[in-house]
Write a protein that binds this ligand. Structure first.
Ligand SMILES: Cc1ncc(COP(=O)(O)O)c(C=O)c1O
Length: 404
């Protein structure tokens, strides 16, 4: 008789966004005429930029010719993409990262979820609370969670680092020493950032304690302030303690095209084993490469036209962020984020729980956001709104919220 991986049974409830979708579906069924505005899930709405679309068309045509046809992509991704990434995202910022330390994939979610496979099961994992759920859930599935406590809503073996208004939504160094530390900045869900000095402290801490930082920089393109690092490799010593995840989803609207990459520096070692070798082995065995057409589209992200068009796209979303931030603040809400991030993190009014506020907003304003408690117990009493809607809908949504 077969047996299942019982770790899956430890995962509490359903995935946050399925619960939201079910609630919205039930509401829509009961109120078919309701004009619902969704500022919940972090999906983009702007179309693919012209320079990128042109690259897609060109690569598609190439695929129909015998000279231009491409089959399986190289394991780590095409050299044309890896070298432009190394130059534009890292070397141009003074980061010592080379093309052969970049692993192209179909997005950051898979890489963030899969990276734990190359580490021993007895590693202690530290996460921010609230947190992008993938880091915790992937470790629970693997068996690193221990026992789930329904009262504290925490797993016994995970180290939670609360990010609250008191610490400006930036984690403190934990009391227990972790082996793997997940950090995501600009942060999803709180929209907070770490300054370069703050991130340097984490790098020093990881090097001192023999820990690895798994750094998710999916929202790097939204950074607007100078003292905020775009990559962890801007910090001294990060090559020996950090892996970085990047995504084309939010800087270039690739949520449906699927492209991302992970950086594993060759100096990152356990004894004399390079994590680079393990990840290359894993990537080669379990992954067969992002499509040529999409990697060509990714290359166009770095062309002068692509860069200019995407700068505008990010500015469009950041204008929405400003509308939400200013509008809610003027209405008396306590808000943060939204300056270096497309996420606005608001405190729920009158002591409402996150889910109470979700229902209240859905019913009274027909606006959908994301309950903060869905990202972890420290998110209770908070609510996330995203700037990824259209400008018109964002303005309407904020007017409605202000009107209730
Ligand atoms: C923090 C964070 N990392 C990774 C991802 C996933 O990115 P991708 O679309 O590249 O899989 C998201 C998506 O919302 C995210 O918020």
């Amino acid at each position: 008789m077969f047996k299942i991986n019982e770790n899956y049974l430890k995962l509490p409830g359903s995935y946050l966004f399925s619960t939201i979708a079910k609630k919205v579906a039930a509401y829509t069924e009961a109120h078919p005429k309701a004009d619902i505005i969704r500022l919940g899930i972090g999906d983009v709405t702007q179309p693919i930029a012209p320079a990128i679309l042109e690259a897609v068309h060109k690569a598609t045509d190439e695929m129909g010719t015998s000279q231009g046809f491409h089959g399986y992509a190289p394991d780590l991704g095409y050299e044309f993409l890896r070298s432009v990434i190394a130059r534009e995202d890292f070397q141009s910022r003074g980061c010592d990262i080379s093309a052969d330390e970049i692993f192209v994939s179909d997005g950051a979610k898979c890489d963030c979820g899969n990276i734990q496979e190359i580490f021993s099961l007895d590693n202690r994992v530290a996460v921010c609370d609230p947190v992008y759920p993938v880091y915790v859930d992937s470790n629970i599935m693997a068996g690193r969670g221990g026992v789930y406590d329904t009262v504290t809503e925490r797993f016994s073996d995970i180290i939670y680092m609360p990010c609250t208004a008191e610490n400006n939504f930036a984690p403190q160094l934990p009391e227990e020493t972790p082996d793997l530390i997940y950090l995501c900045f600009p942060n999803n869900p709180t929209g907070s950032v770490l300054t370069k000095d703050q991130l340097q402290q984490w790098v020093d801490y990881a090097n001192k304690n023999g820990a690895v930082i798994l750094y998710d920089a999916a929202y790097e393109a939204y950074i607007s302030e100078d003292n905020v690092p775009h990559s962890i490799y801007e910090c001294q010593g990060a090559r020996t303690c950090a892996i970085e995840f990047r995504s084309f989803s939010k800087n270039a609207g690739f949520t449906g095209m699927r492209l991302g990459f992970t950086v594993v520096p060759k100096d990152l070692k356990c004894g004399d084993v390079m994590l680079h070798t393990l990840w290359a082995r894993r990537h080669g065995t379990k992954y067969n490469g992002a499509p040529y057409i999409i990697q060509k589209a990714g290359e166009a992200v770095y062309s002068p036209e692509g860069k200019a068009q995407l700068k505008e796209q990010v500015a469009y979303y950041m204008k929405n962020a400003r509308v939400i931030y200013d509008g809610l603040k003027a209405a008396g809400y306590t808000v943060s984020g939204g300056v270096n991030s497309p996420y606005i993190w608001m405190k729920t009014p009158d002591g409402m729980s996150s889910w109470e506020f979700f229902d209240y907003l859905l019913e009274r304003a027909n606006v959908v956001g994301t309950p903060g408690s869905g990202f972890g117990p420290s998110g209770e009493g908070y609510f996330r709104l995203t700037a990824f809607g259209t400008y018109e809908n964002t303005v309407r949504a904020v007017e409605r919220v202000r009107g209730i």
